[in-house]
Design a protein around this ligand. Structure first.
Ligand SMILES: Cc1ncc(COP(=O)(O)O)c(C=O)c1O
Length: 397
């Protein structure tokens, strides 16, 4: 999925605009900029790409999740429902605000199971955060209904699903707030960067101020700006935004390349009766950043994962045994290994992790292999890869 694979002259031109005027910061220095406002331009391109009224760029996807939650008023002692399968950034971003991550099972979409979400709602629940993992999505209608029923904020982490859609809407633009990452390995990259996307003006203004020390961004004298509330620094630099500006314009091209390569591998694996694919909710279209498939059981998934690695087929992840993306290996969270003291509320709020098991998630993640789709493969390379993968899987099953 990485946009960096097709990095070139377009990105260089945008970066050179910034280097030529020397203004690396997104705010202020109006006179020196020679008309270049890369972060602002990128925000407006993203608003049109994601069909949303407001976009606030920030320094990373992790920052985007924290800023989104903070902008909607999530904080100390609030429970945020999130999936067992995601990147560690999800619980980090929640805990940074003093809130409590409540982990719940995924289903065969590899994203939040709406039934598990409904069961996890308590009087302390403030938000549901769906994570559109590996290029696809949850049943968004079902999750939205739960949020409406219980008056919860609905947050969508679409960091891994840039370019996918649900019932005609871009992923990341469906919930009350959407979050994107443009780190080095995402479908479009800024090097490092992220965005909060929303149609809610109040959330947007909060995100704008909060991500820049509380600055109200009124007038053109930073020192004279007021600070309506406390904030932090989650700003993106002009250099990073410049790279993203070139990349976002290429998104349709990237998605169409991904789709072609995904389809070649999927067709080869479809011939194998033991292989099944993740469910995509009705009306959903994947971003094709990954191809996710299931094998009959954990033993065979482990064997296939090893054989693919041994045969030089890179970028195929068995997340069950991965340290970063699945609850099974998050012992630093379960045991609260923190550099600094953690509040009593969060400590107590996370006690459930000592005893809770997630059999349903194990059932899906244990059998799942998730293969990254690269933009730079030639047609011959991807065909050879697909045939090799099919051969390996047939031999083991
Ligand atoms: C689902 C998900 N959320 C959040 C993040 C965090 O993004 P970043 O690396 O830009 O902080 C990632 C990064 O991999 C991710 O995969």
């Amino acid at each position: 999925m990485p946009g960096f694979e097709l990095f070139g002259d377009l990105e260089r031109k945008e970066v050179n605009d910034v280097l030529d005027n020397g203004v690396l910061m997104r705010y202020g220095f109006d006179g020196m900029r020679k008309g270049h406002w890369k972060a602002k331009e990128l925000e407006s391109e993203l608003a049109s790409t994601f069909q949303s009224k407001y976009v606030q760029l920030v320094s990373s996807g992790t920052a985007a999740v924290s800023v989104a939650l903070a902008s909607a008023g999530v904080g100390a002692g609030d429970e945020v429902i999130m999936p067992t399968f995601t990147f560690v950034a999800s619980f980090e971003a929640i805990m940074m605000l003093g809130a409590i991550p409540v982990l719940v099972d995924i289903d065969d979409t590899l994203t939040l199971d709406p039934n598990a979400v409904e069961k996890a709602v308590t009087p302390k629940t403030k938000a549901v955060m769906v994570v559109q993992m590996c290029g696809s999505m949850a049943n968004m209608d079902a999750l939205r209904s739960i949020c409406i029923k219980h008056n919860l904020i609905f947050v969508e982490d679409a960091c891994q699903a840039i370019g996918g859609s649900y019932k005609g809407r871009p992923l990341g633009s469906i919930a009350d707030l959407g979050c994107f990452s443009f780190d080095f390995v995402k479908t479009i990259t800024c090097g490092e960067g992220g965005a909060v996307v929303t149609n809610n003006k109040e959330y947007y203004i909060n995100a704008d101020h909060y991500s820049d020390h509380g600055h109200d961004h009124v007038g053109n004298d930073r020192g004279a700006e007021t600070h309506p509330f406390l904030g932090y620094n989650f700003r993106i630099s002009e250099l990073n935004a410049a790279v993203g500006l070139a990349q976002v314009r290429r998104l349709p091209e990237f998605i169409s390349i991904q789709k072609k390569k995904y389809t070649i591998i999927r067709e080869a694996l479809s011939q194998i009766p033991e292989v099944t694919f993740r469910s995509v909710p009705e009306g959903g279209e994947e971003s094709y950043a990954f191809l996710n498939f299931f094998l009959p059981d954990l033993v065979s998934a482990r064997k296939v994962s090893k054989a693919l690695k041994d045969d030089g087929i890179d970028g195929c992840f068995h997340y069950y045994d991965n340290n970063w993306h699945y609850v099974r290996k998050w012992d630093h969270l379960t045991n609260l290994k923190s550099l600094y003291p953690i509040s009593k509320e969060v400590k107590e709020g996370l006690l459930y992790l000592q005893t809770k098991s997630f059999e349903q998630s194990d059932h899906f993640i244990g059998r799942n292999i998730s293969c990254l789709i690269k933009l730079s493969w030639s047609e011959e390379e991807v065909t050879n890869r697909a045939n090799k993968m099919a051969q390996i899987i047939k031999t083991i099953n």
